[in-house]
Design a protein around this ligand. Structure first.
Ligand SMILES: [Zn+2]
Length: 138
């Protein structure tokens, strides 16, 4: 069966992020002017407005801790009806705590979730070319 959920669209601003995800790697946008990380990526630094942005690889071994989450019991987008409840989590990266990444926590029952629990990034291959960063329990 083909993938039914919306696939994130690559734009000029986020293409390196999604290209990295497709090869199972995390890259973060970083401001050359104030050295802040800019996530989600955009056309300019959200802190200082600089457009001097570069990309820094975090590799494929990415860990974090659960910062906040919601559990969705009804599909709010097409394609999610078969894997309810869906856990939507904000995860603080261990190596870059100023960056929090929003994704699903997979293979986890909602009552197992605890704020601060260790998580590990995995990449879910959703089509031949595309992969999504997701989280599982570390
Ligand atoms: Zn900046």
């Amino acid at each position: 069966m083909s993938y039914q959920k919306p696939i994130p669209v690559k734009t000029q601003d986020n293409q390196p992020y999604w290209d990295a995800a497709d090869r199972h790697e995390l890259v973060l946008q970083k401001c050359e002017t104030c050295q802040s990380y800019n996530h989600p990526p955009g056309p300019a630094c959200s802190k200082c407005g600089s457009t001097e942005l570069s990309w820094e690889s975090q590799g494929s071994d990415v860990t974090g801790e659960l910062y906040s989450f919601i559990v969705s019991n009804r599909p709010f987008l097409p394609g999610f009806q078969d894997d309810l409840p869906t856990i939507i989590a904000v995860v603080e990266l261990d190596k870059v705590p100023e960056v929090k990444i929003l994704a699903n926590v997979l293979e986890c029952a909602p009552d197992e979730l605890k704020i601060g629990m260790p998580l590990k990034m995995v990449w879910q291959d959703i089509t031949e070319e595309r992969a999504l960063p997701q989280w599982v329990q570390a």
